[in-house]
Design a protein around this ligand. Structure first.
Ligand SMILES: Cc1ncc(COP(=O)(O)O)c(C=O)c1O
Length: 371
């Protein structure tokens, strides 16, 4: 699905030098590269504070922790996401309220959010799924009206632009009160292990986030908050500094692959290509088609037989997972999610795809439907 080996071969010497400089410095925890990476990412995404942490799940956890919520406060998020988005809500004893996504964009449905808001709602967590932003302007309007916090889960959308009604843009994750991201190796900006970060323009939140991500310390061995150990390793920060310099180029290369897929499948009635919404650029963390007439699993098997990987993100609706049965949702409560789980298929997508590989994938998919 993602060829990190080819990418390493292309930028390997820069990466090796970056790692070596940390090894020589022995500044493994909170070394200079961590601060430099935070500053460079701040500049890239256009936000006042970037607070790095150990992974994208911790980033979500810290974001919810810092808001000072009480058990039972309600958090609305989408049913069509990676489990990390919902598990942190459950772990903090908050009430998880999940809603359907839009069938076209795969992102949280504004209409569904509107219906789910109650007097106990405190936070909405939109996820910018597969590399395209959720409808942030509508969500910010709702947040303002009902006095809610917005935490953007931008794990899959580092570098994606949200386009406001007046034509101005902001990077994914920098519009809500807090944004979170992940540097999991396969992400558009991925490190060589685990990593994550939070974005905010709020000085007070930033200070507190920094503190709780580092044992609750603002001053060494003085504990103002009950904290955790969630820090980005210096080696990972050094790697990310190199990869950040290539991010725009890598995202453009992904878009070029997506354009070719779109064009090739244009006349194939059995495939719906990913919708591109007017209010966001798409950085194609995933290129996810919908396969009609119950043929998704057969197509996946056929591709396997041709040595072409594909993945189902996400195969089972969250509300039907054993761990979340306590929420009491019923099978048919989320028809959009249930249908998507049966139809979606993500195809190989990365910045280093060879034309020959892409042609082979496209040819086999079209052959499958011509049979
Ligand atoms: C939407 C989303 N949220 C959160 C996460 C969690 O990130 P991490 O794996 O770094 O904990 C991921 C990815 O893995 C993700 O895709």
């Amino acid at each position: 699905m993602v060829d990190l080996r080819v990418q390493y071969e292309k930028i390997g010497s820069e990466i090796d030098n970056a790692i070596k400089s940390v090894l020589v410095s022995t500044a493994f925890i909170k070394g200079p590269d961590v601060k430099l990476f935070e500053e460079e990412l701040q500049e890239y995404v256009g936000v006042k504070h970037v607070i790095s942490c150990a992974n994208g799940t911790d980033a979500l956890h810290l974001a919810l922790r810092v808001l000072g919520l009480k058990p039972g406060d309600e958090v609305i998020t989408t049913n069509f996401t990676f489990i990390a988005t919902v598990e942190v809500v459950a772990l903090l004893g908050l009430k998880l309220v999940i809603v359907d996504p839009e069938p076209g964009s795969f992102n949280i449905s504004i209409e569904a959010v509107r219906k789910a808001i109650t007097a106990k709602t405190k936070v909405i967590v939109p996820v910018h799924l597969f590399g395209q932003c959720a409808d942030m302007e509508s969500l910010m309007d709702l947040a303002k009206k009902h006095n809610l916090f917005i935490i953007e889960d931008a794990a899959q959308a580092t570098g994606s632009d949200y386009i406001f009604r007046d034509g101005t843009t902001k990077k994914a994750g920098t519009i809500g009160h807090i944004g979170t991201t992940s540097f999991f190796p396969s992400k558009n900006l991925g490190c060589y292990g685990d990593g994550g970060a939070l974005y905010t323009n709020d000085d007070t939140l930033a200070k507190k986030l920094r503190s709780i991500a580092n044992h609750g310390m603002k001053i060494r061995y003085h504990y103002d908050d009950i904290g955790v150990n969630s820090r980005l390793d210096t080696i990972q920060a050094a790697i990310l500094r190199v990869k950040l310099r290539y991010l725009s180029q890598f995202n453009a290369a992904r878009r070029a692959v997506a354009d070719q897929y779109d064009k090739a499948f244009e006349s194939c009635n059995s495939i719906t290509v990913p919708q591109r919404v007017s209010y966001s650029s798409h950085i194609f963390h995933q290129y996810t088609i919908k396969v009609k007439n119950g043929k998704r699993n057969d197509l996946k098997k056929f591709l396997e037989s041709k040595n072409i990987p594909s993945m189902v993100y996400y195969p089972g609706p969250l509300h039907m997972q054993e761990a979340y049965s306590y929420l009491g949702y019923k099978e048919n409560d989320f028809p959009v999610t249930s249908t998507l789980c049966k139809e979606v298929l993500s195809l190989p997508m990365h910045p280093d795809m060879e034309q020959e590989q892409l042609d082979y994938i496209i040819l086999n998919i079209l052959n499958f439907f011509d049979k």
